[in-house]
Design a protein around this ligand. Structure first.
Ligand code: GAL
Length: 634
């Protein structure tokens, strides 16, 4: 597979006279792909039924004739004003029950049947018109499902759909639901599915079983919404279909959406994410303000490689300052190139810069592009052209299995959000902290979906924090030819969010029981014997497995038997580093401590070194300048 570049372009924003010159400049810059169309509904259908597809056809022709391949987006993330007039109840409702209004984007509820039908209609019309267009080489459904907190909606349509969903889950037996959820508690029993409300606006917290069920339902609605478009496009086109996911958006199961698509893509804004999404850490944010977090992009590259079943792109790459984070610095010179190469190192087929030209109008007028608003080159252009020249000579991409597998389970993320048990405790945070620790030891990681049962080829597996684990997953992990690290909170709840007996984690072949658990204030960290601390969360472990890490007071924190290892606490950096080194040694995996800010990613044929720090760093392979990238052929 060749490595390629592209950009995101909005022909409807610019006079038609400049399309050809734009296209020629894209080609001259070494770009292959151009994504268009995803917000253009009001110009494709200015009034209901009045279709104006000619301009889009001309734009595709201009871009395609210049030699570019088009990714065509369905415009369903931006329903026009008339749509809301036609379906006033299509808007999503927030947790306070208020409709989320027109005037930006994503103003729809996934459960509104009328809007879903409108989406099918416009998708069908576009697919019929452009499905066999030779320049349309890929598709994108909608834009960033879940962006702006839009997966969950408390609208009347969502309530009706949730009741139907529950009825199917419980075989129309309302007493089965009452029993499974424990509705005897606080007299919450229902007589009929039609009585089940959404879990918002309750006086105090709703039943966690109810909340978790609603989150599963909300995810299923996204999957169904996407599938409806995919089925229509497929009937008219052989080109691959993609969707552009985001950083740290976990409200729907991306693996299930990905099952219906050929390619996963994601939108990578390293500087915006550092300020907005990585988690608040002033020292880290200051040190990496112009570079981005050294692990956040890589984590999502690995995640979406799994979601795309091997095929994935960066659909939107930050090219300069963005407009939407609390602070929006410019990247350190060289970072646009580094981010691009890092994506390729993790197996991306394409990296597309968002956006081609900075818009002088509307919400994103302070968002950089490859061109300035006056069409002069912006700094990203130079770096993109450098990457274009470099990938020409680079070898083709070779898929490879990493030595370490890390399970990632969206359902577990919802479970932790439903019941964090302590402020700041999140599943994503736990998994990401472990991922960071693995990368600090120079390890390349494959992220695995929770349905994985064949673990062959991995020497070391991590399955942290999966609050519900099916018996067959437990069996498959116990039988894997690998060391497996579980906990904290593994297997802590059954399918319906109740505490199972025998008590968790109930792992075959590992005599460990969580007898009690506590969450800790930030100023209550508990020191570990031999270095590191437990922060935030700790379990009291019973059982006869061997204790391999403990608190200074002698309480077991990590226990193991054979290849099964259980960690009953949320550890700090030093603690997770020790855990990773211990497990790697047991599993025969070689670790290499990375210098601060330097990361390594290995494929079958290449090793890539990246310097995320803003100063030169000495490594095993030589000195890396700030924002430096070093590619070694192995
Ligand atoms: C993405 C989105 C784009 C654009 C961009 C700005 O989340 O898909 O349309 O808004 O952010 O950074």
């Amino acid at each position: 597979m060749l490595r390629t570049l592209g950009t995101c372009y909005y022909p409807e924003h610019w006079p038609e006279e400049i399309w050809a010159e734009d296209a020629a400049r894209m080609v001259a810059a070494g770009l292959t792909w151009v994504r268009i169309g995803e917000f253009s509904w009001s110009r494709l259908e200015p009034v209901p039924g009045d279709l104006r597809f000619e301009w889009l056809e001309r734009a595709i022709a201009v871009l395609g004739d210049a030699g570019l391949k088009v990714v065509l987006g369905t415009p369903t993330a931006t329903p026009p004003r008339w749509m809301v007039k036609r379906h006033p109840d299509m808007l999503a409702h927030d947790a306070k029950g208020r409709p989320r209004g027109f005037g930006s984007r994503r103003h729809y509820c996934f459960s509104h049947a009328g809007y879903v039908d409108e989406c099918k209609r416009i998708t069908r019309l576009i697919a019929e018109r452009f499905g066999r267009n030779p320049h349309v080489a890929a598709w994108q459904t909608d834009n960033e499902y879940g962006c702006h907190d839009t997966t969950i909606s408390y609208s009347p349509s969502a309530r009706a759909a949730f009741q139907t969903w529950l009825e199917a889950q419980f075989d129309a037996d309302i007493q089965a639901l009452n029993a499974a959820w424990g509705n005897v508690f606080w007299s919450m029993d229902y007589d009929a599915f039609a009585d089940v409300e959404l879990p918002n606006l309750t006086v105090t917290e709703a039943n966690p079983a109810h909340v978790q069920a609603f989150r599963r339902f909300s995810s299923d609605q996204v999957v169904a919404f996407n599938r409806a478009q995919v089925e229509i496009i497929r009937a008219h086109s052989d080109a691959p279909i993609s969707h552009n996911y985001m950083g740290r958006i976990t409200d729907f199961d991306h693996f299930q959406v990905g099952d219906d698509l050929e390619i996963a893509t994601w939108d990578s804004y390293p500087l915006g994410f550092l300020e907005d999404r990585v988690g608040v850490d002033a020292a880290l944010q200051r040190a990496y303000a112009r570079q981005g977090d050294p692990d956040f992009q890589a984590f999502h590259h690995d995640l979406y490689r799994a979601v795309g079943k091997g095929r994935w792109w960066v659909m939107e790459q930050q090219p300069g300052p963005v407009n939407w984070a609390p602070y929006n610095p410019s990247p350190l010179p060289g970072m646009v190139r580094l981010w691009s190469w890092e994506a390729f190192a993790h197996g991306a087929e394409a990296v597309c810069y968002f956006r081609w030209r900075q818009a002088p109008f509307a919400q994103e007028q302070l968002h950089a592009g490859m061109l300035r608003p006056d069409s002069a080159d912006a700094p990203a252009m130079q770096e993109a052209m450098e990457v274009a020249a470099e990938i020409k000579d680079a070898p083709e991409l070779q898929p490879v299995q990493a030595p370490v597998g890390l399970l990632f389970d969206y359902d577990a993320d919802w479970a932790w959000a439903t019941q964090p048990q302590g402020q700041g405790l999140s599943y994503f945070g736990l998994v990401f902290n472990l991922y960071r620790a693995l990368r600090r030891q120079g390890l390349s990681v494959d992220i695995l979906r929770p349905e994985t049962r064949d673990f062959s080829g991995y020497k070391l597996l991590f399955a942290p924090g999966m609050m519900h684990m099916s018996d067959d997953l437990k069996q498959a992990l116990a039988q894997a030819n690998a060391h497996v690290v579980y906990g904290p909170r593994s297997g802590a709840r059954d399918q319906n969010f109740c505490i199972p007996t025998p008590l968790p984690p109930a792992l075959p072949g590992l005599d460990v029981t969580v007898a009690r658990l506590e969450s800790l204030r930030p100023d209550m960290a508990i020191p570990l014997a031999d270095g590191g601390q437990v922060t935030g969360y700790l379990e009291e472990l019973e059982g006869h497995a061997e204790v391999v890490m403990q608190t200074v007071d002698g309480a077991a924190v990590v226990m193991e038997t054979g290849r099964q290892i259980y960690c009953g606490g949320w550890l700090d950096e030093a603690g997770f580093d020790r855990l990773v080194r211990h497990c790697a040694q047991q599993a025969g995996v070689t670790v290499r401590q990375m210098p601060e800010g330097v990361r390594l990613r290995e494929t079958a044929t290449e090793a890539f070194w990246f310097n995320y720090s803003n100063h030169a760093v000495q490594t095993d392979v030589g000195t890396l300048p700030p924002a430096g990238v070093l590619r070694q052929e192995l």
